[in-house]
Write a protein that binds this ligand. Structure first.
Ligand code: ATP
Length: 574
């Protein structure tokens, strides 16, 4: 197979950029993936997502605009100020560089060559590295065509934004290799186990899709986490689970997937697969002192607690532990416990296909409780009364509610299904449901809110359609501090127009790339002419949340983890 040029990939980017239809994206991508080598496909998978590595590997681009403007200047004989003036006019350094290069022919770089250069740029650190980054980038710009330069610049800035969702991507690989989208399920399974679109693409092309049915967990590579559905009344459990149930405390902390590797290294991953090892040295110490095996992948919730009273504290308190600096000081200030509830892999044995009761047994045999590491409290409940009683006890002891799990179910990586159900205090008291929604736009504030935003337009996610649908506008529930910080949090994601994967009938003063997730409470769900959640099902309009109120930021969630359109539709029907 001849080498594929980066120019070819840039043409694919250009086609993708012009469409917001997932079907069109699948066609464009499947044509492309038919004709390239497994290695090139792996690299392309990362680049199409605007990355240069799987998200858990923490190797990121995202250069500052200033640096990139300097590099463009250097490559095109302009000053940085001249380039910045053009940026002001055009709003996008990608377009600026494309215009400046005019008809530059460039030499033909292969995909691999450009990728290696980008990696070099990302890896440079320390003294003098900025200058070197600028030189490498300028050299690249000087030697490619205008279209390639446009996308290289957007890649290094971390603003490629093609809008290709993970599922859209997997459909396209299925189509490229088999002519139909039907094998996406196998690819999705492998992706849930390996969390790496590049690796899954590589293996699919190299060994065939069918082989991915046997994808196995690897210590050190995060598994996409199994998620829960919710109920409002314990009576609903019977509709979803037939046999035995395990009822567990739902701790109000942060989920951590801990990996112990053969070489004894321990890595902690957040729900988003962020490597958070350095933030929890106490958890590392705790695991070291209690694990009896060689290699494992476990899951649990880390929770803050008051050492004097042994009372569990809330999520907000724990979040103060999410820091790069003064970690040692905060270990003392905010002590924690790590409550284990699952094990997914142990000493060479994948446990995903074992049922929950068996997994609990493996967990309890492989670990002994110590000061820091405990088992999550659970019972095998025989009746609704027993479940209710356990729920009340859980709440009294500082838990957020309970998790109800089908005791016979396997661990379904990356799936939000009915084998795990959450039941929270909020639902019990019938205050409201809360939603995790993505900020897609905002209106400027006035009066007391001058200089910040007055309200935020937020959306739910539809995984199949790969689109964000507006659900409500949130202006209440913010403290003065929250309000003051809004521009700082949101402005980095500002874009000139409504993001192409966003559907809404609302107008906004500012639009954002859908990246930031917040938890929102509300009174009830109604039909609205301007919001778009489940619009295709409701017909008269879309669903909207009335009297929304900001609860908290969900830094632990990506926009794809937001409450889904389907979840909201089910709640509305109830
Ligand atoms: P939430 O917003 O309610 O935290 P979520 O969307 O993060 O939910 P869900 O799968 O809906 O995730 O709810 C389960 C979450 O509850 C887990 O991700 C985990 O962080 C937390 N949790 C606390 N205790 C348990 C437990 N015993 N078993 C499973 N998850 C638990």
């Amino acid at each position: 197979m001849p080498e594929t040029t980066f120019r070819r990939l840039a043409e694919v980017f250009s086609l993708l950029e012009k469409t917001s239809s997932s079907l069109a994206m699948i066609d464009i991508l499947s044509e492309f993936f038919k004709k390239i080598s497994p290695k090139e496909a792996k690299i392309s998978a990362y680049l199409i997502s605007g990355e240069i590595s799987p998200s858990y590997a923490n190797l990121e681009l995202g250069l500052a605009k200033k640096l990139v403007a300097k590099a463009i200047g250097k490559a095109t004989n302009k000053t940085q100020t001249e380039v910045e003036k053009l940026l002001h006019k055009k709003g996008d350094l990608g377009i600026v560089v494309e215009d400046l290069l005019e008809t530059q022919k460039g030499r033909k770089y292969s995909i691999e060559e450009v990728f290696e250069e980008l990696k070099k740029i990302a890896k440079l650190s320390g003294e003098g590295s900025q200058e070197e980054k600028i030189n490498l980038l300028a050299n690249l710009i000087k030697n490619v065509s205008p279209l390639e330069a446009k996308y290289i610049v957007r890649l290094v800035l971390g603003i490629l934004r093609l809008g290709v969702g993970e599922m859209t991507f997997l459909y396209s690989i299925s189509k490229a290799l088999t002519g139909t989208k039907e094998k996406k399920k196998i690819l999705e399974y492998a992706f849930n186990v390996l969390s790496d679109l590049g690796e899954v693409t590589f293996q699919a092309l190299e060994k065939g899709i069918e082989n991915l049915k046997n994808a196995k967990p690897v210590a050190g590579i995060p598994i996409r986490m199994m998620l829960a559905q919710r109920i409002k009344d314990l009576k609903e459990i019977k509709e979803h689970i037939n046999g035995k149930i395990s009822v567990e405390y739902k701790y109000d902390g942060e989920r951590i997937q801990a990996h112990v590797k053969k070489d004894k290294e321990i890595i902690l991953f957040s729900r988003n697969h962020e490597n958070i090892t350095s933030q929890f040295p106490d958890v590392i110490g705790g695991i070291k002192g209690t694990f009896k095996g060689k290699e494992t992948i476990i899951e649990g919730e880390v929770v803050a607690l008051d050492l004097k009273t042994e009372k569990l504290l809330d999520f907000q308190t724990l979040m103060t532990r999410r820091r790069k600096y003064n970690v040692k000081e905060y270990i003392k200030k905010v002590p924690i416990r790590y409550f284990l509830f699952d094990i997914l892999y142990l000493d060479g044995k994948p446990l995903l296909q074992e049922n929950l009761l068996k997994r609990k047994k493996f967990l309890e045999e492989a670990f002994v409780e110590n000061e820091l590491v405990k088992f999550a409290k659970y019972i095998i409940s025989e009746s609704e009364e027993e479940t209710e009683e356990f729920f009340l006890e859980a709440i009294k002891n500082g838990a957020e509610g309970i998790m109800i799990k089908d005791a016979n179910s396997i661990y379904q990586a990356g799936i939000r299904g009915w084998n795990w159900i959450k039941y929270k205090k909020d639902y019990h008291q019938e205050i409201t449901d809360t939603f995790d929604l993505v900020v897609i736009g905002a209106n400027y504030g006035s009066g007391k809110r001058a200089g910040t935003f007055g309200s935020l337009l937020v959306a739910a996610f539809d995984q199949n359609k790969n689109k964000f649908y507006s659900f409500t506008k949130v202006g209440a529930g913010f403290t003065d501090d929250d309000l003051k910080n809004l521009p700082k949090i949101l402005n980095p994601f500002k874009i000139p127009q409504k993001y192409k994967m966003v559907e809404t009938g609302m107008e906004a003063d500012v639009w954002f790339e859908p990246k930031i997730v917040m938890e929102v409470a509300g009174a009830d769900i109604t039909i609205s002419p301007v919001h778009t959640v489940a619009k295709d099902k409701i017909k008269k309009g879309g669903l909207a949340l009335r009297f929304p109120r900001f609860i908290r930021w969900r830094e632990d969630k990506k926009s794809e983890d937001a409450t889904t359109v389907e979840e909201i539709y089910q709640m509305y029907k109830k």
